[in-house]
Design a protein around this ligand. Structure first.
Ligand SMILES: [Zn+2]
Ligand SMILES: [Zn+2]
Length: 174
């Protein structure tokens, strides 16, 4: 969905859309959407700047960092964005833009691409580290078994060097 600025009445317009999971295409390798994504918001034109704010709600599945199991997470995020044309961006002092709390993006001056906003905001809302449970034991690097559901003999071999190191440490002290 693109919002053409020429169609805004009095420089302002509301939008709302529900994306089906396949409608947004792929987000990235880590994240898939498991539910329709609802977005709503407002576009406001102010001189050469465009302000977009709104809300996104969906459910995403992310791989656990340790065992690669799919973990479902709710996404419930507000966003507040500012757009300027490439020309405005270049003529503004860079410092002035970075001081601003809002994130400033460059756009073509014609339309706001809501699909892009939604994709970006979902990726921002998903934590960079995801665990299926706080103490996920992960996958054994030796045999590939999911250590949350089973044990293997490799684990014992792994522990041995640690004990050995500890032993050396204590004997060194005394
Ligand atoms: Zn896990
Ligand atoms: Zn193993």
């Amino acid at each position: 969905m693109r919002i053409e600025l020429v169609n805004l009445e009095h420089g302002r317009g509301d939008f709302a859309h529900v994306y089906q999971p396949d409608e947004l295409g792929s987000l990235d390798d880590r994240v898939t959407l498991v539910e329709p994504t609802a977005v709503n918001g407002t576009v406001r034109l102010a001189g050469t700047e465009v302000f977009v704010n709104g809300h996104i709600r969906t459910r995403a599945a992310v791989e656990c960092d340790r065992c690669l199991k799919q973990v479902e997470l709710p996404v419930d995020a507000d966003f507040e964005l500012e757009y300027v044309t490439g020309q405005t961006y270049e003529s503004s002092a860079a410092a002035e833009l970075t001081e601003n709390d809002l994130s400033v993006s460059v756009f073509d001056g014609q339309a706001i691409d809501v699909d892009e906003i939604v994709k970006e905001q979902i990726l921002l809302a998903v934590p960079t580290r995801t665990l299926c449970q706080p103490d996920c034991k992960g996958i054994c690097p030796e045999c590939g078994i999911d250590k949350n559901t089973g044990d293997c003999n490799c684990e014992k071999k792994e522990v041995d060097p640690r004990w050995a190191a500890l032993k050396n440490l204590t004997s060194g002290k005394s």
